[in-house]
Write a protein that binds this ligand. Sequence first.
Ligand code: GDP
Ligand code: GDP
Length: 437
Amino acid sequence: MGNLVAIVGRPNVGKSTLFNRLTKTRQAIVNDEAGTTRDRQYGKVEWIGQEFSVVDTGGWVVNSDDIFEEEIRKQVILAIEEADVILFVVDVMNGVTDLDLQVASILRRSKIPVIVVANKADNNDLYYTSAEFYSLGLGDPYCISAVSGSGTGDLLDLVVSKFPKKVEESVEEEIPRFAVVGRPNAGKSSIVNAFIGEERNIVTEIAGTTRDSIYTRYEKFGFDFYLVDTAGIRKKNKVVEDLEFYSVMRSIRAIENSDVCILMLDATRGVEGQDLNIFSLINRNQKGLVVVVNKWDLVEEKSDKVMKEFANAIRERFAPFVDFPIIFASALTKQRIFKVLEAAKEVYQNRTTRISTARLNEEMLPLIEAYPPPSNKGKYIKIKYCTQLPNTRVPSFVFFANLPQYVKEPYKRFLENKMREKWNLTGTPINLYIRQK
Ligand code: GDP
Ligand code: GDP
């Protein structure tokens, strides 16, 4: 189960610099991330074989100089609720400020591990001044220089050592895990209630974790799957619900622990920035996707034409990934509720699709021959063979070429589109690699 680290602190202490430093190595490898989530909001870190997510609470404020104390307070409260470890960044060049003391007083009341990160300790003299941060009452300040990177390796060791020892939940591997995600008021709790209904006996909470269990088994009407983090959906926090990054923070854990995400949109509001952020999280984690246009009961004109326009508008916003089911539903009247589950089930199956090498080559090679990759500087590019990689999270394919470096993004997209025409890959991301042969 993924751990989540939140970076908190007042503006200009170096949160964003630290975030970039921690996530850099990983992002250099994963450079094909589409989407709109600004990079400083959410990133992944891999350290001594452990992968975890980092969130920079400052990343949601456009101009961090204008940030209000109240807003920082809310962010810290949310970070405490959602994160496993908090990095409280302070600035050794400035010393302790009033705002630092306020943040510290909130953090002292929480039970999760907090590391005081004394940043901008660029030289030894500054190291010594960091002692004043003991007064925050949160233990030893940990000196780093986010700009130069000094101290960040040891800091990562410390972070990893503080992750809670989690009791493994006994989830059965072959049973799909669905997460219902979306921004506040999209109808997440309502649809979960519609699935589960009053019949409590079909819901089994799985015990055994330090937090609320995040998996709920659903077994009815021919469906058998886990709903991820339904407790998190029902437990609402009015203090922070209006914050822009609330829905993202809340979604991370559910998304990371799922196979397929059911993204709830509000038909009366269309696609907004927060929806795109969550979509981007789903994409970056390579999860399956079903989009639900909820509150369809409130839409007056429900013609096919209106639906088509709606669907096109959604796909336009989510491009280049456009091959996913869109279900027009109402959690309130329960219209098409089971269609949503059927779609999620289908996407799950698509995500585990295996295409035999023989069929793959039979279908793709004639096409590639008819429409070869454009030649580059007079050199012809030939793709001779393709195959699906075994044991990957999502269907992943390798195309072997004489000059792989010249096969560009548009051609890869062409191959992907053709594959999506030929096989049912709806709702699942796929990976295409071009390698040397
Ligand atoms: P945030 O508002 O907390 O996210 O702070 P930023 O990461 O934007 O950094 C604020 C300023 O401090 C920028 O000018 C950074 O270059 C600078 N800064 C960040 N880390 C360090 C550091 O380790 N040493 C020094 N000297 N400057 C730093
Ligand atoms: P959440 O914050 O995403 O969990 O959203 P809720 O499930 O709490 O729903 C937010 C509000 O929208 C509540 O007042 C619901 O009654 C209402 N709502 C949810 N789904 C529907 C729907 O399909 N139709 C209508 N008319 N209202 C809905």
